[in-house]
Design a binder for this molecule. Sequence first.
Ligand SMILES: *Cc1c(COP(=O)(O)O)cnc(C)c1O
Length: 395
Amino acid sequence: MATEKTIQMGTQCVWAGEESYLMQGATQVPVVHSVSFGYDDVDEWLAVALGQREGHIYGRNTNPTVHAFEEKVRQLEGAKAATSASTGMGIISSALFALLSPGMRVVSVKDTYGGTNVIFTEFLPRFNVEIELCDTTDHEQIEAEIVKGCDLLYLESPTNPTTKVVDIARLTSAGHQSGAIVIVDNTFATPINQNPLQLGADLVLHSATKFLGGHADALGGVICGSKSLVDQIYHFREINGETLHPMGAYLLLRGIKTLELRIRQQNRSALKIAQYLESHPAIEQVFYPGLPSHGGHEIASKQMSGFGGMLSFMLQENSFDAVRRFVPRLRYAHAAANLGAVETIVGPPATTSHVECTAAERSAMGIPESLIRYSTGIENTADLLADLEQALRGF
Ligand SMILES: *Cc1c(COP(=O)(O)O)cnc(C)c1O
């Protein structure tokens, strides 16, 4: 069989992590619901408990179905180790609380995912962790803050909802010079379009709820990196109990089998849609890293192999009322809070990523009231373009 390194992503999506635990000729990983795992031989039980031997003891810690999911993502990210949690926020909070101690300093950007931002602004300061949130695209400012002292550098690219791009290799190198651990949230890009570990990062994480699972029917989070860092995060997660459910793990595992196919289609459609919208008179601005007009296009071209399925755009009529009238006109889009599914999904930041902010706060963050986030599904591209065309008539 080909080794992990020589096989292509599309093949890995289908086969990685699937080999273990197949019983009685089953071709699919079973959903193991058992909470505990019994041993007739006490010495074998002890060896598993001491980590000297592979196996499972109790479902809050590890489970065979969950392990298969972690193994698939680990191979896709080309990492030494991986561990999971019940949600994306579960893995993000587990990583931050496992790796940080009072007196440490975190450098990050203003445009991280809303929940991550709440950990930075509300929770970590309570534990005397210093947080510096920089302008997302101001690389000089981020580097200047890193030099002042940085134990953990936390990045996300492209960001939500205006698809800002940070130079992962450049900032990782600056972070490492200050001795920082570098974490990248790779949810928007997926391992198909971007590999932060290859760009030098120490840890890469996903809300598997989004593109990895791809079907909006299971929550989950996963983080990959070196064994020593992943072990620390796992240890915190086994204690805080944010365990991924075996049924969720199975749905995510099955979803990933089509990840490369889906992402290829979403990359292609999103670029065509972004180009179409940019030329439409009713559209004021389009945010998509694949457009040459996008501020991060050059960096994105360097570090991404595809620009992803996420874009956002601003209607010429810059009011929430315009959004109110526009969104229900789309036939092939769920108006919903999530993203990354096979169906196209739309939503304004006011009800999705920035629901906890006031209109004034959103405006201060550079998020216009008529912004619409568009998560491109796998529908036929021409049908999506025609749907947008009819919805924009009269705007
Ligand atoms: C959704 C999301 C998260 C949080 O994931 P959950 O599974 O909803 O907890 C984190 N980061 C990004 C970029 C996301 O889009």
